[in-house]
Write a protein that binds this ligand. Structure first.
Ligand code: NAD
Length: 435
């Protein structure tokens, strides 16, 4: 037989068995502590429906096919809710894991949504080659992402219009892409994370994840580490939709943000970075690299900085066991989804470093989405400060419950939040005879 292997895009998406994932591991551990049976945990872990699809787009006169996956994980507590991720390395299992995380996040913050997620394989470097362009051309990238989402929204229009699944932005998408879902459905409640002025938009939605994370970071420092946020030092990985408002809000509260990195470089200033100047630099250069207000910094150095708090706000799985051993911060606040691996988490636990869980730390976005969804047909919008107040209240109440439970049961903050989320989903699934 020929040595040559032919793999379709679908085969690379469809792996045979789910790799060991953090949420499954945490849920099985929590299930044991909660006295749930193996089958019951399985029902909580398994997605309700997973669809693999191809989006055929006509972009700048060429037909381009993107493959993707929609995971509708759990609808016990409300409509499937979760963002659209465009990335070159999307897999079914990653999308499934992220949709499961949405179920847990919405339950951990006690909001009436279930969990879903879309992943579409968009390989931007390959697009530059295909269209014979030179990176980075932000206008060109926008054409690609908007076209991918526009064609995707035609496939799933009925799913959005019926509010079965309500998408939002995730990595690689933002308000511009969400506008094209609205264009397709003409229904302001069919999508959240819409840009300013698009019917049903919400003031403060864009900044809400960063604002919620800043709130969690300051409370973690204050109440769990015993360091006053004013004057405390923080390092952040990522200066995107989450990282920028996060850094700004922290700086406005007197926190010294001393190091920030992104995909192209980073900057360190032990006296605290001038965040307004850095935001202007980002506006002009689309990166924090080469910012004059500090010395260059790479990601490896960032994780080892001697700071009070470390905030991964970029990719997943960045804090593995080896990285966890080098961390000097007293707490890690998970702005990104699952930035700490299972082994990374065990190492941080052994070293006494507190981890504030992603399902609380980055829940500001989905809480604001709930407000956007529920007020989308109203001509009276909540004001920005009201949105922030509600998201802090929701996160705050559940921060208290998780913190107290962690202390009572002598388990981690992450583990306690997972237990609370699982109990809430389990009780509704039982009540609705879904298990
Ligand atoms: P984004 O695409 O706007 O920004 C990502 C940032 O991280 C960029 O600065 C990028 O350069 C940097 N980055 C990416 N990979 C990196 C790497 N390997 N090393 C260093 N820097 C890297 O994304 P975002 O919307 O800010 O999301 C960031 C994280 O937060 C993701 O894990 C996402 O799933 C999670 N999250 C986002 C939201 C939201 O509302 N946007 C809500 C919940 C969770």
């Amino acid at each position: 037989m020929s040595e040559v292997q032919f793999h379709t895009e679908m085969e690379t998406l469809l792996q045979t068995a789910e790799p060991e994932t953090r949420s499954v591991w945490l849920m099985h551990e929590a299930g044991e502590r909660l006295g749930l049976s193996h089958d019951e945990v399985h029902e909580l872990v398994a997605p309700e429906r997973v669809t693999v699809f191809r989006v055929s787009c006509k972009i700048l006169g060429k037909v381009v096919n993107f493959w993707g996956c929609l995971s509708l994980h759990n609808s016990a507590r409300g409509p499937f809710k979760g963002g659209i991720r465009l990335a070159p390395d999307v897999t079914i299992w990653e999308t499934t894991e992220l949709s499961r995380l949405m179920t847990l996040k919405c339950a951990a913050c006690d909001i009436e949504f279930g969990g879903g997620k879309t992943g579409i394989r968009v390989d931007m470097p390959a697009m530059y080659k295909l269209f014979d362009r030179t990176p980075r051309d932000l206008d060109f990238e926008k054409i690609i992402t908007i076209d991918a989402v526009e064609y995707y929204s035609k496939i799933f229009r009925d799913v959005f219009s019926s509010h079965l699944y309500i998408p939002a932005p995730d990595m690689g998408t933002g308000p511009d892409e969400m506008a094209f879902i609205y264009n397709e459905t003409q229904d302001p409640a069919s999508v959240t994370g819409k840009g300013d002025g698009v019917q049903g938009w919400l003031p403060g939605r864009k900044e809400s994840t960063g604002i919620g994370c800043s709130y969690v970071a300051m409370r973690t420092l204050d109440e769990m580490v015993g360091i006053a946020p004013d004057g405390a030092t923080i390092a952040i990985q990522g200066f995107g939709n989450v990282g920028r408002p996060l850094a700004k809000d922290l700086a406005e509260h007197g926190v010294k943000v001393v190091g920030i990195t992104d995909l192209w470089g980073g900057v360190h200033n032990p006296e605290g970075l001038d965040i307004d100047a850095l935001l202007q630099h980002f506006e002009d250069n689309a990166t924090v690299a080469n910012f004059g207000g500090g010395r260059p910094l790479n990601n490896e150095e960032l994780f080892g900085l001697d700071v009070d708090c470390l905030i991964p706000a970029a990719a997943g799985d960045v804090i593995c066991e080896d990285v966890a051993k080098t961390i000097k911060a007293k707490c890690v606040v998970e702005a990104a989804n699952m930035p700490t691996t299972i082994d990374g988490m065990k190492t941080l636990w052994e070293r006494g470093i507190i981890v504030a869980p992603d399902i609380l730390a980055n829940a500001g976005g989905v809480i604001a989405s709930m407000l956007e969804y529920s007020s989308s047909l109203s001509a009276i919008k909540p004001e920005r400060h009201e949105v922030y107040k509600i998201l802090k209240k929701k996160i705050g109440e559940n921060f208290d419950l998780s913190r107290d439970r962690a202390a009572e049961e002598d388990i981690g903050f992450v583990e306690a939040a997972i237990e609370i989320a699982m109990e809430r989903v389990y009780s509704v699934m039982k009540g609705r005879r879904m298990m």
